[in-house]
Ligand binder design. Sequence first.
Ligand code: SF4
Ligand code: SF4
Length: 133
Amino acid sequence: MVLSGMSDMGQLEDNTSYMKEFVPLNGEEMAVIKNVIDSINSSISIACTGCGYCVEGCPKDIPIPRYFALYNQFKIFGGGSNSRGYYQNYAGAHGKAEDCISCHKCERICPQHLSIAEGMKDVAAVFDIEQES
Ligand code: SF4
Ligand code: SF4
């Protein structure tokens, strides 16, 4: 067996010694953690994992996961996150979100079954349309 970062029994015992006093979380602590998880999940607008499978076939060369990440960032932190600036950099070298033609090619390979074309409309509303108005 290979244990990363441990080369002898002394190190193994040292690294696992804290488990002797192991106490499971109580109900109150579990509830706090659940609240934090729920809060994080509810703040993520588009549940893209960033796998990138969708990108290659896009006829408009839209960097889909990057735009979704910037959109989520904008929704959580607002304009202070500089997501708009990053978006403009990507949009200068690739297709914009508003260039999406809703061909749905990307959606056929998305493991998360996301409505990417609809998501692009949301991204465009924040980064393209607001910018133009
Ligand atoms: S639906 Fe939009 S983002 Fe998806 S492949 Fe077609 S043009 Fe690209
Ligand atoms: S395939 Fe789906 S989950 Fe993966 S990067 Fe594209 S939109 Fe995100």
